[in-house]
Design a protein around this ligand. Sequence first.
Ligand SMILES: Cc1cc2nc3c(=O)[nH]c(=O)nc-3n(C[C@H](O)[C@H](O)[C@H](O)COP(=O)(O)OP(=O)(O)OC[C@H]3O[C@@H](n4cnc5c(N)ncnc54)[C@H](O)[C@@H]3O)c2cc1C
Length: 384
Amino acid sequence: MHFELSDDLADLQSRLLTFVEDEIDPITADDDPESPSQELRREIARRSDAAGFYRLAVPVSDGGLGAGPRIITAAHEALALSGNPFASRVLGSGPGLMRLADNAAQRDELYRPVVRGERTAAFAFTEALRPDGTRQPTQAVRATVGDGSDGFLVTGTKGFVTGGSTSDWLVVVANVPEEGTALLVVDRDAEGVSEGELGASIDGSTHSPFNFESVEVPASRLLGNVGDGLPRALQNIDRMRLSVAADCIGWSRWVNRTTLERIEGPHRSGQSLAEQQQVQAIFADMVADTFSARTALYQAAEAREADEPTAGTQVAAAKWLASECLHRTVDRAIQLHGAQSLLRGHPLERLYRTSRSLRIAEGPTELLRLTVTRHVRQNGASAL
Ligand SMILES: Cc1cc2nc3c(=O)[nH]c(=O)nc-3n(C[C@H](O)[C@H](O)[C@H](O)COP(=O)(O)OP(=O)(O)OC[C@H]3O[C@@H](n4cnc5c(N)ncnc54)[C@H](O)[C@@H]3O)c2cc1C
């Protein structure tokens, strides 16, 4: 029960599913998806690059495929639908916020190493309380730095920076007094940067808090302009939300397929679970939930592709609906699979933890709901 994708997207999904089955499944069967070895990660990237998938999100001018929101959405959905927990590594990272590098020096120093996968940049956005418990939003004060050039002194505290402990750079969102927000690329090991205790989330990802005490950042590390830092950061979050929503829908569909096998298979009662009306109703909820969230996902992807004015609201709604759908779907699937699916390492147990974290990451559901109501109130009843 789902609508048909256009031929180009259906073809991409079919090629990705075949690739995962032929090239990724055979090399990942014995590894732990939550701590893959460096060699395995490299091998997945190598095979994906050889098959022409790895640089899907990288602009054509930099040797990539320059895929837009529709294609990226379909790719994420297919990789999640494959059921292989390593499949998300098939797509290399796009430029992220480094796409704002707008002069030759920044493109050489910051942008190219990131799109080539040689350097990594973590995103330091979420404000945290200072180590002494006080609150002071991160500030970047204009100052003369290092060799006498113009720059900023950054002071503040950021929390929950995913991958921060292993990244080369931190892209910090900071407020420049009386001018607005800025995005600054800070060396993780610069003087004045201190990393707090590494935290591990239930989904297997790791995060660090960072404190910045008068960290010198040259003006050459400013991405975009002072004043447009927050809108640019939110644009990047919008891209991430669409990909997360697509992951959630792909996983939900995989869960539904796995659950169908389970309920139609033999059961110790002598009658398959699919014969039970209560089971049929739970399964119908899973399928219909996924169907409606998937429809919203592709509608939002089309709106984002066309850069429609409503795209941001649609993407927010799609992420909210897809992440909540995944959580309900996995929860219902666990109910139908019974105790075995609660054992640590079972795919549903892992997805349950993942889905829990995705209801908060890239915007908690409650904030996304505010976005929708704000949009309707601004546009009146015609938006309904
Ligand atoms: C897996 C994961 C990865 C992350 N990675 C990063 C990262 O790389 N970089 C980064 O900067 N941050 C990252 N974050 C942090 C993320 O941005 C924040 O968790 C998120 O913005 C919510 O902030 P908070 O957790 O401090 O919760 P709070 O802001 O304290 O909110 C807690 C809850 O209160 C409710 N709430 C809050 N505000 C409102 C409101 N205005 N109206 C109604 N309800 C509200 C919501 O239910 C919310 O879940 C990550 C989080 C997760 C879970």
